[in-house]
Write a protein that binds this ligand. Structure first.
Ligand code: ZN
Length: 108
């Protein structure tokens, strides 16, 4: 997990990078949840784009971005779901997207 990258990408997607007290979970039936101080949402945590579920949100969004067309074409979507190597590809893809947008922002 790369928090700086994941925060940058989450905000780029216009989503809230949740601010919450990790020491104060609200106990629900089976999992620990939190209330975000910024969006007041009931959350389980922040995006971790090395995880398949969070990653697919990034991937779906990335497909709508013109500037990422070439990057998208370099990857086979199946690779992201691969049990053994999926995490490697997800991290690699997220890093590429991060690098591309970070450069654009720094040049502004
Ligand atoms: Zn939030």
């Amino acid at each position: 997990m790369n928090e700086e990258r994941d925060k940058f990408l989450t905000e780029l997607m216009n989503q809230c990078w949740h601010d919450y007290d990790k020491d104060k979970p609200i106990n629900t039936y089976s999992l620990e949840a939190y209330i975000c101080k910024k969006c007041k949402g009931f959350i389980l945590g922040n995006n971790d784009f090395s995880q398949e579920e969070d990653f697919m949100r990034l991937y779906t969004w990335a497909k709508t971005q013109k500037v990422l067309k070439e990057t998208i074409e370099k990857y086979d979507e199946q690779n992201f779901h691969d049990k053994e190597n999926g995490k490697f590809y997800r991290e690699k893809f997220a890093d590429s997207v991060y690098t591309i947008f970070k450069q654009t922002k720094d040049n502004e």
